[in-house]
Design a binder for this molecule. Structure first.
Ligand SMILES: Nc1ncnc2c1ncn2[C@@H]1O[C@H](COP(=O)(O)OP(=O)(O)OP(=O)(O)O)[C@@H](O)[C@H]1O
Length: 253
């Protein structure tokens, strides 16, 4: 599924938070949304997910306007993994993941095992199949993040939006999580703070500053020390590591 963001703007209290954003996300690719704190990444993801209506412009998924769809239709196409998952759920891990099936249920819910296969697959892919009977409230931050990924995958979206998904994860789980997401056959857009991980896992990047796109395109073209200096005011070396087979970003004081 291709995502087309065209001239999107969103204002609050007379302030423009997302400003004339235009970007295309190619089907099946992993696009990183990067930019400093407060640059509008979360707000833009919320607009793309259909949670916020844009004041200007449009978002289309395979040609269909996200904001003209019904909520159920939208939820079968687009899933959002939020930055801060609710902590008040009194459910087991399996029950949380089953919430992802709600948009697929008929108006009159049928058998209780409807979608069980998709739930099992999502639990396995997110490596939380060993936690199915645990209560959500007893999970660590990293475990919660992985369970929320499983819920989003159980939703079987064609577009998966992730807001700083590696926040609570240790290095090994960060790498594992991003590798899992990259290999999914869905179109993924993730807001990421770690530029080295973004360089390693993303196909394309969109760089935001003060709500505007300042660079976009293939990682190798966009992730340059010049861009990082301009956007983050940090001096870095961006090199291709032949042993690792990827770009690396190292910062200097
Ligand atoms: N509902 C709102 N009311 C007022 N200001 C808002 C609202 N939503 C977002 N903002 C402001 O818009 C700006 C962009 O916020 P947003 O959360 O989209 O940035 P971000 O790039 O995701 O930041 P971070 O990297 O810190 O998570 C911030 O200055 C924020 O305070």
């Amino acid at each position: 599924m291709r995502v087309d963001v065209r001239g999107v703007g969103w204002d609050v209290d007379g302030r423009t938070i997302v400003d004339e954003v235009t970007a295309t996300v190619r089907p099946g690719t992993f696009t990183g949304l990067i930019g400093p704190n407060g640059s509008g990444k979360t707000t833009l993801l919320h607009v793309v997910a259909g949670l916020l209506a844009p004041d200007r412009g449009s978002v289309r998924v395979d040609g269909d306007d996200v904001h003209a769809m019904g909520a159920r239709d939208r939820a079968t196409r687009v899933a959002l993994l939020e930055q801060h998952a609710s902590t008040t759920l009194d459910l087991t891990v399996r029950q949380v993941v089953e919430l992802g099936r709600i948009p697929h249920r008929g108006r009159w819910p049928g058998r209780s095992d409807e979608g069980a296969e998709q739930v099992d697959r999502a639990l396995r892919l997110s490596r939380v199949d060993g936690l199915v009977d645990r209560r959500w409230q007893t999970l660590s931050g990293g475990e919660r993040q992985r369970v929320q990924l499983a819920r989003a995958l159980a939703q079987e979206p064609q577009v998966l939006l992730l807001d700083e998904p590696t926040n609570h994860l240790d290095l090994s789980h960060q790498i594992d999580f991003l590798a899992t997401v990259r290999d999914l056959e869905v179109t993924v857009v993730a807001a990421l703070h770690d530029l080295d991980l973004a360089a390693a896992f993303c196909d394309d990047l969109v760089v935001l500053r003060q709500g505007r796109v300042v660079a976009s395109g293939a990682v190798a073209d966009v992730m340059t020390s010049g861009m990082i200096r301009e956007v983050y005011d940090v001096s870095t070396s961006v090199r291709h590591d032949h042993d690792a087979g990827r770009l690396t970003v190292t910062w200097h004081r």
